[in-house]
Design a binder for this molecule. Sequence first.
Ligand code: NAP
Length: 246
Amino acid sequence: MSSTSTRVALVTGGSRGIGAAIAERLARDGVSVAITYSASEHDARAVARRIEAIGSRALAIRADARDVDAVRKAVHTTVEQLGSLEILVNNAGILRTGVLQEFSLDDFDTLMSVNVRAVFVATREAAKFMKSGGRIINIGSITSEYLPIPGGAFYAASKGAVVGLTRGWARDLGAAGITVNSILPGRIDTDMTPATGPVAQRIRGSIALQRYGSPDEVASLAAFLAGPEGSFITGANLRVDGGASA
Ligand code: NAP
């Protein structure tokens, strides 16, 4: 498959969970896909193999989101190896919880470096290579709008920053024909928030659809935003939460 006729995506944190589902879904839509990971090399290579089995080109890049140079380099490596960059999915994220009285500065800095600073660095770098039609999709969280329990303030703040960046960058990049949107997932069944166990049982009752979502149900919206039908959507923060915030 030629890189000149095929769109190229970079999905950060594509080794597991929502990122892996988005990477594979984009590949099924004919997109060449680079993914980043920090620790899960085995999983990242498995995702890359599945993408190749679909018939798309794949690249697995170790790039810790806490490392500014590594994030920047991941964007450049994608363009060098796959030929261009049309879609950036800022998905890599971590969850740190704790109430105000106990939350440490270290946790604050780590959370912000992965969930906010890396999004800034990757997007600024990617925008240099994107032409009209480019798509930036940020994975936020419903917690930036709806936080029913204590201990989530800092994670919510990091995801609230993503919402603000999305609106602002839609304005910054609109004239260049690049769209910027965020997806706000609710409870999705991944390693971060498994759908099993006593906590999950309690949470399930607060979701209108009475179940956790699957990574594929987030990936389908990402694919829509990345595809031709999402061409007039920008600056939007779209919930995929099974009605948890209804
Ligand atoms: P996950 O299952 O824990 O997967 C996280 C992914 O991000 C992995 O591929 C992981 O790769 C990567 N990652 C984590 N830290 C990284 C770092 N420092 N550098 C590079 N990659 C890193 O999480 P998920 O549930 O799929 O979450 C994906 C995104 O959705 C996150 O932004 C999360 O905040 C958001 N979200 C999730 C939910 C939910 O219910 N699951 C709800 C709302 C929003 P490695 O293992 O290699 O580090």
